[in-house]
Structures are given as structure tokens and as C-alpha cells.
Write a protein that binds this ligand. Structure first.
Ligand SMILES: NC(=O)c1ccc[n+]([C@@H]2O[C@H](COP(=O)([O-])OP(=O)(O)OC[C@H]3O[C@@H](n4cnc5c(N)ncnc54)[C@H](OP(=O)(O)O)[C@@H]3O)[C@@H](O)[C@H]2O)c1
Length: 256
């Protein structure tokens, strides 16, 4: 399978890293980069193939578009000249299926929103397929994207908020990690140990929540003993608007 990329900035490079990390041969990844040296620098690290023109992706099985939205029209004007059998998946903001099919009518186009943990195979990508996608083409997309984490089909009108929750929250979680580690340090834990404890706690808590059949609140209930330290912490979080801060953060990110 040959995978083409147009654009290898923050999210494109994260996806390429994830694919190579999953065992895809770098020779099977063809990348058309932008104007800067960024793609060449990345190639030194990852050894994929760089192509000079978009048309050089004509023999790939799937083309992933990861350019900024301002470049989309130019990219599709070039794609429409040669695309026949390739599946097109765009992760660029504004790539609605209607937009893509205005250049490639009735073609198997999909709009996807990945997040940066795709670089280590732990991402989550929401995807909406054009109705023209057949099962074989969906399998091809799954084969590529499930190497980078979870792939979830989402109605197109929900992709925006999906992307906000899955794509912006890693930054919020980074702040959470830093703040909890600061609190550990404030109370005497060495910095490195504090980060180690917090990060592993988050991994474990997330896996437990994922594997648990019940509501996450039950997990919280199980560790809050009457009058104990954890419920005192929960009360302090409520007093300081923890839930509200997170809801407001997602709203602010989503409704900009
Ligand atoms: N970052 C994320 O976590 C994330 C997640 C999901 C979706 N997205 C969406 O994905 C898109 C890209 O985001 P990003 O954060 O990766 O932006 P970015 O870091 O600016 O990367 C965009 C890349 O596209 C390249 N490019 C521009 N025009 C091109 C062209 N005609 N042909 C080939 N390459 C071209 C640029 O190359 P040069 O700089 O070399 O010119 C740049 O490396 C955006 O629409 C964003 O909304 C981002």
C-alpha cells in the first residue's frame, strides 16, 4: 500500500510518525511538502520519499491532505486533474465533503480530525465518509488510520466538536499534568518523581475508565471514603469550579 501526504506540518508529521512507528515502510510514504524546509528536515529523521509535485502521488492508494485551509483550493485544483481510484482523506479544517466533491464529484472523499497522539499510535480520529465510499475503501482507510490509534465514524455535523474535545484537550491535560506535578513539588516530592507519578496515574485512570463497564462517577465513588482525603479534594475542586473551567474551555475553543 502506498500512502501519499500533501502537507507535513504539525498534524501531517504526527501522522507520518505514527504510521512509521506502526511498521509502515517509509518507502511507501510519499510526501508533497510546502515551501519551507520543514519537510526536508523531517525526511532526514523519518526517511519517507519526498515528491516535487502533487501529480507524483498518482500511483498511491490513499492521499491524506494536511495543509492549512488556505491552501486547500490550490490542492484540489491539482488533484482533480488526475485523481481516479485513490481514496482522499483530508484532515485540513474546512474540508467538508461538499467542498471536496465540488472538485471531485462522486469521489470517495472523507473528512477526518485526528489528534497529535497519533504520532505514537495512541490518537483518536473522527471521520465522516462521503456516501460514495464502499466497504473496501473504508477498510483501506481503517487499515491506515487504526495504525495511529482509534478511528471513530462521526456524523459530519459533529466533527467540529469532536475535534475540539479530542484535539484541544491534550493541551488542557498537559496543564493538568503540570499543575498536579507542581502540587506534588509544593508538598515535597522531587519534580521528576512528581511528573512520573502523575503521568502514570493518568494513563492508569484512563485505561480503568475505558475498561470499566459502569459510569466514571462510580470509579470516583469507589475511592472517596467518608470524611477521607479524596472527598476533601473533590470538594475543593468543586469549590474552585474545576468542572465548569473544563466545560468553559471546550466551549471557548469550539465557539471561537
Ligand atoms: N495540529 C493539529 O493537531 C490538527 C489536528 C487536526 C486537524 N488539523 C488541521 O490540519 C491542517 C494543518 O494543520 P497543522 O497544524 O499541521 O498546520 P501546519 O503545521 O501549518 O502544517 C501545514 C503544512 O502544510 C504545508 N503546505 C502548505 N501548502 C502546501 C501545498 N500546496 N502543498 C503541500 N504542502 C503544503 C506547509 O508547508 P510549509 O510550511 O513548508 O509551506 C505546512 O508544513 C489545518 O487545517 C488544521 O486545522 C490540525
Amino acid at each position: 500500500m502506498k500512502i501519499g501526504f500533501i502537507g507535513a506540518g504539525s498534524i501531517g508529521s504526527a501522522m507520518i510518525k505514527g504510521l512509521i512507528h506502526s511498521g509502515i515502510n517509509p518507502d511507501d510514504i510519499l510526501v508533497k511538502g510546502g515551501r519551507s524546509n520543514r519537510t526536508k528536515e523531517l525526511q532526514k529523521e523519518l526517511n519517507f520519499k519526498i515528491v516535487s509535485n502533487i501529480i507524483d502521488l498518482r500511483d498511491t492508494d490513499i492521499i491524506v491532505i494536511a495543509v492549512g485551509s488556505l491552501a486547500l483550493k490550490d490542492v484540489f485544483n491539482e488533484l482533480k486533474e488526475f485523481v481516479k481510484n485513490q481514496v482522499i482523506v483530508s484532515v485540513s479544517g474546512g474540508s467538508t465533503i461538499e467542498f471536496m466533491q465540488s472538485y471531485l464529484p462522486n469521489h470517495a472523499t472523507a473528512f477526518a480530525i485526528p489528534n497529535t497522539p497519533v504520532s505514537i499510535g495512541e490518537g483518536v480520529t473522527g471521520i465522516s465518509y462521503a456516501k460514495e465510499f464502499n466497504e473496501g475503501q473504508k477498510e483501506l482507510v481503517k487499515d491506515v488510520f487504526e495504525r495511529m490509534g482509534k478511528l471513530i465514524e462521526v456524523p459530519e455535523e459533529q466533527l467540529g466538536i469532536f475535534g475540539t474535545v479530542a484535539g484541544c484537550s491534550p493541551a488542557f491535560i498537559d496543564i493538568l499534568i503540570e499543575a498536579l506535578s507542581d502540587a506534588g513539588v509544593l508538598n515535597g516530592l522531587p519534580r521528576k518523581l512528581s511528573y512520573e507519578a502523575v503521568i502514570q496515574m493518568l494513563i492508569g485512570s484512563s485505561k480503568l475508565a475505558q475498561q470499566s463497564k459502569g459510569h466514571v462517577a462510580q470509579l470516583k465513588d469507589q475511592v472517596t471514603s467518608p470524611g477521607g482525603s479524596t472527598i476533601r479534594g473533590v470538594a475543593a475542586l468543586e469549590e474552585n469550579g474545576f468542572r465548569n473551567a473544563l466545560i468553559k474551555a471546550i466551549n471557548a475553543a469550539n465557539n471561537g
